[in-house]
Design a binder for this molecule. Structure first.
Ligand code: ADP
Ligand code: MG
Length: 435
């Protein structure tokens, strides 16, 4: 089975429910899929005119279908005639990864308006105004979001600029690996010869002596070339007790911007925005209730909305105070908003008196196959894993994941019992410990 073809057929199938047969014939019969990458679909069509029409009229629908399937924002690339497709070298363009983290999607309130304004200013004049920009604040308040927003904005306006993104702990790991493999030169080139250096969660390098030295040199190299550096951290430099003094001085020499927990009004705006993006319509009193209950962490606020979307799809009922309470409990009590795949697999197996290994193995008995399909369906509903990742959890590929999920969806439509089973397992997952 050709999985790229399967996905393309699925897209055409969905399009055919929205378009006339003539439209499908005209625009899509001679359009063929070329590649499906992490977050990009490449198509080929014979003429410039068809390319223009497809990208103008149909690309929003196609990318929407893809993001529904893969839980990732997609872009569509259309080739004309025998134009060749040149893959972007992987690792060099980190941007599609966090496609949703843009300035457009960032809600500004009192708690983050300074950091936001600083980020905009840096994005408009990289390397000119504030270097480095150092954004700090507690977890879940939007630091990584702003970091990527700067990246996206610069990438959009100056596509030729080289951008590198790295997390503090990955910097350490990569460096150690490069030393082991005798590739320090490559490591240096990769991070030094950039126009924009995005460093997330720098706190992880504090206390690691050799990493700090390497980072110091990297920093100076980029800084002296007049290129922009943006750093995030869970605390300000002066509170990082193990930070090398030379680095502290460098960090404090730029602009420091903190993000505080959002006020009620901002939380409401964020909740509303997230719900709208997930296609969930919530009445104002529910929005306010959620925003009043989840106060310290935007990631959790989003987690609640995400849960409600899943409940609504699974239970197919209106959102009530009770379901909101449950979602809030789930997200805040366990300190995590999304159940782990192991947990979903374990609870599903348990429900069918099976072991997790049974679901991961090759047993095709009816019971086991059903449990396996349900586990995939629930991973789809309750986590933001891609189809690929869902398949991998159970040793399958994304095509199998997709058809399993479809199968359960069909069953739920035709069989009340199935809806009950899904509800029970979901409830076991969300009440069991271990996320
Ligand atoms: P941090 O890096 O500070 O831990 P993130 O940037 O990962 O936090 O934010 C956590 C989640 O909350 C992300 O999904 C992000 O998009 C969202 N988020 C945070 N602040 C905002 C905001 N002001 N507007 C919209 N979404 C936000
Ligand atoms: Mg972060």
């Amino acid at each position: 089975m050709n999985s790229l073809m399967d996905i393309w057929n699925e897209i055409k199938h969905i399009l055919s429910t929205q378009l006339t047969p003539t439209a499908i014939n005209t625009w899509f019969t001679d359009c063929e899929p070329v590649e499906l990458e992490e977050c990009r679909l490449v198509l080929r069509t014979p003429t410039e005119f068809k390319k223009k029409i497809i990208s103008e009229r149909f690309s929003p629908t196609i990318t929407k279908i893809l993001s529904d399937l893969f839980a990732c924002d997609f872009d569509l690339l259309i080739l004309v005639g025998d134009e060749e497709y040149e893959k972007e070298p992987s690792g060099d363009d980190p941007l599609p990864e966090m496609a949703g983290y843009t300035f457009d999607n960032f809600i500004v309130g009192n708690s983050n308006k300074f950091a936001h304004a600083a980020a905009i200013s840096v994005a408009e004049n990289p390397g000119k105004n504030y270097n480095p920009l150092f954004i700090y604040g507690n977890s879940g308040l939007g630091k990584t979001h702003l970091l990527w927003a700067i990246g996206h904005s610069i990438h959009e306006r100056f596509p030729e600029k080289k951008i590198s993104y790295i997390k503090g702990d990955d910097f350490t790991n990569e460096m150690v690996k490069s030393i082991k493999e005798g590739k320090t030169e490559e490591f240096r080139n990769k991070h030094r010869n950039v126009d924009l250096f995005l460093v997330d969660d720098i706190q992880f390098i504090a206390g690691k002596q050799s990493t700090q030295i390497e980072f110091f040199h990297t920093f100076n190299y980029i800084y002296e070339a007049g290129h922009q550096i943006v750093i995030t951290s869970d605390r300000p430099p002066m509170e990082m007790s193990l930070l090398d003094d030379r680095l502290r001085t460098r960090f404090e020499g730029g602009l420091m911007a903190d993000i505080a927990p959002p006020d009620l009004e901002t939380r409401m705006a964020i909740a509303r925005n997230k719900a709208t993006r997930l296609g969930l319509i919530l009445p104002d009193d529910i929005i306010e209730y959620i925003a009043a209950s989840v106060t310290a962490n935007v990631r959790q606020l989003e987690g609640v909305i995400k849960r409600l979307t899943a409940y609504k799809e699974i239970l197919n009922s209106d959102i009530t105070r009770a379901s909101v309470d449950r979602a809030i409990d789930d997200v805040t009590k366990k300190g995590t908003d999304i159940p782990k795949p192991e947990n979903i697999i374990r609870e599903t197996a348990k429900y069918y008196s099976l072991k997790p290994e049974d679901l991961k193995g090759n047993n095709r008995s009816k019971n086991t196959a059903m449990a396996r399909q349900i586990a995939m369906y629930l991973m789809r509903q309750l986590t933001n894993l891609s189809l690929n990742d869902i398949g991998k959890e159970l040793g399958r590929n994304h095509t199998t994941a997709l058809s399993s999920i479809r199968k359960i969806e069909d069953l739920m439509r035709s069989d009340q019992d199935m809806t009950g089973v899904i509800r029970d397992i979901t409830s076991n997952i969300t009440t069991s410990s271990g996320g």
